[in-house]
Design a protein around this ligand. Structure first.
Ligand SMILES: [Zn+2]
Length: 220
C-alpha cells in the first residue's frame, strides 16, 4: 500500500508531520515490525474493542533520548517539556546523499535551537512500505558542527539520523552533546521557515526513546 502525502492541516494552523502507524509500515533496518493485536473486537462479538500494540520505541515518528547511545544519558521520561514544545526552524537540504558541513555553512545556529532538516526523504521514502536504505542522513562531520552549535533538538525526515551502511558516529556525537533526536518526520507538507513545534513523547520510565505525535504551526 502506498502512502498519501501528509497534508493533514487543521483550522488552527497545526500541520501533522508524523507518519501514520500501520503494521505494514517501514521500520529501520532490523527493527521489529509494528504489530497491532486486536484482543477484543466488537466485530467478532466481543463487548468492546481493545488493542495491544507491540511496538519498538524507534518506530515511525519518534524521539531518541540521549540514553539511546550514551550509557548514562538522559532518558525519555527526563525530557524537559520546554524542549518538546517551542520554536523550531525547518531547513531544506539540497544534498541527496547526506547533510554535510559545507551545506550548513550558510546557516547560523543559536544555542538551544530546534532544527528540523527537510530532505528529499520526505517525498521519496514514505511512498513505500519497504525500508529505504539509502536515505539522506546526517554525516558525522555535520553532526559535529551541530553539536558544537549547542542545539537542543534535531529532526530528520526518515527513520534515523544515520543510514545503516554508513560509518557510525552521528548518533554518538549528537546524543553525547545532549541533543534530542526527532526521527521519522514527514516534512512534505511544510517548507523552510520558522514554526512552533510540539512533539511530546510518552513518559516511559528509564527508556531510550518513544513514539511521538509531531505537529508544526507556521510562525506568522
Ligand atoms: Zn531512533
Amino acid at each position: 500500500m502506498s502512502l498519501k502525502p501528509n497534508n493533514n492541516e487543521t483550522r488552527s494552523g497545526w500541520i501533522d508531520v508524523s507518519v501514520p502507524l500501520r503494521e505494514d509500515m517501514a521500520v529501520f533496518a532490523n527493527e521489529q515490525k509494528l504489530r497491532i493485536e486486536h484482543r477484543a473486537s466488537m466485530e467478532r462479538g466481543d463487548g468492546s474493542n481493545n488493542t495491544t500494540l507491540h511496538i519498538g520505541v524507534h518506530t515511525g515518528t519518534h524521539l531518541d533520548a540521549p540514553r539511546h547511545g550514551i550509557a548514562n544519558g538522559k532518558t525519555i521520561d527526563q525530557m524537559p517539556l520546554d524542549i518538546a514544545i517551542g520554536p523550531a526552524r525547518v531547513i531544506e537540504i539540497k544534498d541527496t546523499r547526506t547533510v554535510r558541513p559545507e551545506e550548513l555553512k550558510q546557516y547560523t545556529f543559536k544555542r538551544g535551537e530546534r532544527v528540523l532538516f527537510k530532505t528529499t526523504n520526505s517525498e521519496r521514502c514514505w511512498k513505500t512500505d519497504n525500508f529505504v536504505e539509502d536515505f539522506v542522513d546526517i554525516s558525522p562531520e555535520a553532526a559535529q558542527v551541530l553539536a558544537d552549535a549547542g542545539l537542543s533538538l534535531i529532526g530528520l525526515d526518515y527513520l534515523s539520523v544515520r543510514a545503516p551502511a554508513s560509518q557510525t558516529g552521528t548518533h554518538k556525537i549528537l546524543l553525547g552533546a545532549g541533543i534530542w533526536l526527532l526521527e521519522g518526520l514527514n516534512l512534505s507538507a511544510v517548507s523552510a521557515g520558522n514554526y512552533d513545534l510540539i512533539c511530546l513523547p510518552l513518559r516511559i520510565v528509564n527508556n531510550d526513546g518513544s513514539p511521538v505525535r509531531a505537529v508544526l504551526r507556521p510562525v506568522i
